[in-house]
Design a protein around this ligand. Structure first.
Ligand code: FAD
Length: 373
């Protein structure tokens, strides 16, 4: 008979102060002392935000539709076979092959930033595909080490076979963790939809002894995350905090943007004060400004946290933070299985759909990167 231990009572984190409204355009963030505009409108010479051709479609419905489409395999097959989408995809995806991604990694590093490489792929449907993904991660780790590039990768458990067999997935991740440990690489396990959180945290906990240089991701959108953060603080787990990119039901996740932002602010406050090393993954200038201010005011050393952003999104902000002396790590994805990742990027900012449509209907389909991001 197994006797379950009484769970340790976890204190509720104190509520954080409400997130302040974005500063009025043109008002520099004086308190932080960092040359960070509090509003994208402050960027010198930035073109006005493009009006979406889909402006009359409620944004929430469009986001939901795009996220549903991101899970349709047949659409993925069509999209990946269409050369016309490549220009837009190249904005978010650093290449289709290892040969293409390595120069992209080198140029991010040359610009004074750090990297984590993601070999695109998720929700594999066979053990062979999962094995292929492991092989690509091992190759990537070796190539990074051979070229003296930063040894840091991010992977998804559904790519390692989580949906097929949990033990197979654990073994696959262990292979990556072992090679990473041999060459001194950091491995972050990305967080996927809410149904995978328990398995993801358990897999990481089980494999942490194999490579202590590893961490997980917490999504501010999930209602359970305050408890997960307290657990991770207690076990000194390195956390990447993001808002959450998946379509979730309201009983497990906040669905209102303001609630997600408020949750992010609260979790960020807890992690910055009491957590192990924290990666703040966001392009949200209000949250970044809040972190900068809090770190200054409360004496949180800069080596206890870093900012993380996605390849191709808000390069201006990435560079400005790096120039101000903050550690900025860019998530650099590559590979041919870019479809779900790309669709989530469209869903995050439906105006991107406008750019995609423009690139589809114009001869300049290769540019596709309008705006400041
Ligand atoms: C390094 C990193 C790792 C991540 N890992 C995970 C993970 O493991 N699991 C997970 O669920 N999610 C992950 N995400 C995605 C995250 O959950 C959000 O979906 C995404 O970052 C958008 O949220 P935001 O915090 O930037 O804020 P938002 O409020 O969505 O955006 C703030 C501003 O950023 C810009 N922006 C944001 N997204 C885009 C875009 N797609 N295109 C153009 N501009 C944009 C816009 O200017 C926008 O106004 C990760 C994000 C980053 C940066």
């Amino acid at each position: 008979m197994t006797v379950e231990a009484e769970p340790m009572p976890i204190p509720e984190p104190p509520p954080a102060a409400p997130l302040p409204p974005a500063a009025a355009p043109g008002t520099p963030d004086e308190e932080s002392g960092v040359p960070l505009p509090a509003s994208a409108d402050l960027l010198p010479g930035a073109p006005p935000a493009p009006r979406s051709v889909l402006h009359d479609v409620p944004e929430r419905a469009l986001r939901s539709l795009l996220l549903t489409m991101s899970r349709q395999r047949w659409l993925g097959r069509v999209a990946t076979g269409t050369p016309i989408t490549r220009g837009m995809v190249a904005r978010f995806v650093a290449g289709q092959s290892l040969d293409e991604v390595l120069p992209a990694v080198a140029s991010v590093i040359a610009a004074g930033m750090h990297t984590t490489v993601d070999v695109l792929g998720e929700s594999v449907t066979s053990a062979e595909d999962a094995d292929g993904a492991v092989g690509r991660y091992l190759q990537t780790l070796d190539a990074l080490a051979e070229r003296y590039l930063e040894r840091n990768v991010s992977l998804k458990l559904s790519q390692m076979g989580l949906g097929l067999d949990r033990e197979l997935c654990r073994e696959n991740v262990e292979r990556v963790f072992r090679r990473a440990a041999e060459i001194g690489a950091f491995v972050r396990i990305d967080m996927e939809d809410a149904s995978t959180v328990d398995a993801t945290l358990a897999t990481w906990r089980g494999l942490r002894p194999v490579n202590a240089s590893s961490g997980v991701v917490i999504q501010a959108a999930l209602r359970r995350s305050a408890r997960d953060v307290e657990d991770l603080i207690a076990e000194r787990g390195p956390v990447r905090l993001c808002k959450g990119a998946y379509k979730e039901a309201p009983d497990v996740a906040f669905t209102d943007r303001a609630d997600i932002d408020q949750s992010y602010a609260e979790l960020m406050d807890r992690l910055l004060h009491d957590g192990a090393h924290t990666a703040l993954a966001t392009h949200d200038e209000r949250l970044i400004g809040r972190a900068v201010k809090m770190a200054k005011a409360d004496g949180i050393a800069r080596d206890r946290f870093e900012f993380q952003m996605l390849y191709g999104i808000r390069r201006d902000l990435q560079e400005r933070l790096a120039a101000a002396g903050y550690t900025v790590r860019i998530y650099v994805p590559y590979g041919t299985s870019w479809y779900p990742y790309f669709m989530r990027r469209l869903a995050e900012r439906p105006a991107n759909v406008t750019f995609l449509l423009r690139s589809l209907f114009s001869e300049g389909a290769g540019s596709g990167s309008g705006g400041k991001d």
